[in-house]
Write a protein that binds this ligand. Structure first.
Ligand SMILES: Cc1cc2nc3c(=O)[nH]c(=O)nc-3n(C[C@H](O)[C@H](O)[C@H](O)COP(=O)(O)OP(=O)(O)OC[C@H]3O[C@@H](n4cnc5c(N)ncnc54)[C@H](O)[C@@H]3O)c2cc1C
Length: 397
């Protein structure tokens, strides 16, 4: 029997969208050769609209804030449905500066955040160490973003997978080769093994791989490219945590973050590299991340290095996701979440459920309309931005 919708991609975005749609009454099939193996397996899990804010990206900020507000309810629903905990903590984020130049950048950032009406509190070096006792005394000062929280994305994937199965969503472990269409409307998805899954609606949520699905008219192929990020996972004792909450820092112009988990692990990230679909872990990025992490929290040196891993952020030309119906009748995009896909999961999933049930989503998602003007024109380069070729760090602006 044909489903109401096929969701292509089983990262956080596809899994959550399928779950919310099923709860809204749709019959859903999800297709992914390896669910949960993409960027969602690598992400640090910061839910950080305030410390992620970037100049000129106020529209993205509005999306991020709207989704951050949905996280507590999303966690309650998901933990109840799956009977699994997702390690969500509403305990704020400290952003610190290492030297005088880093502090000048933080001064400018604070002024911008205040101008936007965001809640931030400046702290001197001592105030930072009162909050994070293992922080280096060389840290000059920082700011506290009380509304920036954290979650463990791998646990969210596990909980969504179980919730999907309880909700009766069929998961097909194959690759979607093409979106099928007839007379200008979607009819289903052709799988790599040649089978077809029929459905009047298809949700394209394949992260960095979203532009590679065949069968789409050129005008609706999503302008998504992969941006590589390398992270390290360290482990200490759960009873003697290295950190109490998310810590971000600027160390001589390079940004770094350390995000603790309840089991004593700490995720350290992240590089930002325009290298296509390459996910090699390099010695250089590993060394740089460790050096800067140790400068902020010297005790990190003693932790066990348990994982070094790279993932691909699905980026768009204007750094906003692509969410909503397209010019191809029946095709809904839910991709291009770049650095904020974990944060944007609840808003995206609720919006997809609304589109699949012909109801109106939160009006804020209009800023992510796949047909928006800023995606077409001179700024809409599909390839790497020249400035960003090579390895940089996730920016704190
Ligand atoms: C290093 C790093 C750190 C990050 N930290 C954060 C953070 O702290 N906070 C935050 O909010 N975001 C963060 N992100 C961003 C976040 O991880 C992504 O935006 C988010 O995971 C995107 O989810 P997704 O489901 O769209 O993509 P993915 O998780 O990449 O999932 C895409 C899925 O599509 C599947 N797929 C691919 N091709 C096909 C096909 N043809 N058919 C079927 N399925 C297919 C893949 O197997 C995969 O499972 C980070 C990302 C990286 C790389």
């Amino acid at each position: 029997m044909a489903a109401d919708a096929v969701v292509v991609g089983g990262g956080l975005i596809g899994l959550a969208s399928a779950w919310r749609a099923a709860r809204a009454g749709c019959t859903v099939t999800l297709v992914d050769p390896a669910p949960g193996s993409g960027a969602s397996n690598v992400a640090a899990g910061m839910l950080a609209p305030v410390t992620e804010v970037a100049y000129g990206e106020e529209a993205a900020l509005r999306l991020n804030i709207a989704s951050a507000r949905r996280w507590p309810g999303f966690v309650d629903d998901l933990e109840a449905a799956s009977q699994l905990e997702v390690d969500y903590h509403a305990d704020g984020t400290l952003l610190v500066g290492f030297d005088a130049d880093d502090m000048r950048v933080l001064d400018e950032l604070t002024a911008f955040q205040v101008e936007l009406g965001l809640e931030v509190q400046r702290l001197r070096s001592r105030g930072c160490r009162e909050r994070e006792p293992l922080l280096s005394p060389r840290v000059r000062g920082g700011l506290l973003a009380a509304e920036d929280h954290r979650v463990d994305p791998r646990r969210v994937v596990a909980a969504l997978s179980r919730a999907l199965s309880i909700a009766g969503v069929e998961v097909v472990t194959d690759r979607a080769a093409a979106v099928e269409q007839a007379r200008g409307r979607v009819t289903g998805v052709r799988l790599a093994d040649g089978r077809t899954l029929s459905a009047p609606r298809v949700v394209l949520a394949a992260g960095s791989w979203s532009a590679g699905i065949e069968g789409l008219p050129p005008a609706v192929v999503p302008a998504v490219r992969p941006v590589k990020g390398q992270v390290l996972v360290l482990r200490g004792g759960a009873d003697e945590p290295a950190l109490t909450a998310s810590l971000r820092g600027l160390v001589q112009g390079r940004s770094i973050y350390l995000v603790p988990r309840s089991d004593g692990r700490v995720v350290v990230g992240a590089s930002q590299e325009e290298r296509g679909f390459d996910t090699t872990v390099t010695a250089g990025a590993t060394r740089e991340l460790l050096d800067d992490a140790v400068r902020l929290v010297p005790g990190v040196d003693e932790l066990e290095l348990v994982e070094a891993i790279a993932g691909l952020r699905p980026a768009t030309p204007d750094n906003r996701p692509l969410l909503g119906p397209t010019e191809l009748d029946g095709l809904v995009l839910a991709t291009g979440h770049h650095r904020s896909g974990v944060l944007l999961t609840p808003l995206t999933a609720d919006s997809v459920a609304a589109w699949l049930t012909d109801t109106d989503p939160d009006p804020v998602v209009a800023a992510a309309d796949p047909c928006r003007g800023s995606l077409h024109g001179p700024a809409a380069t599909r390839g790497p931005d020249r400035e960003h070729v090579g390895r940089t760090r996730e920016t704190v602006q």
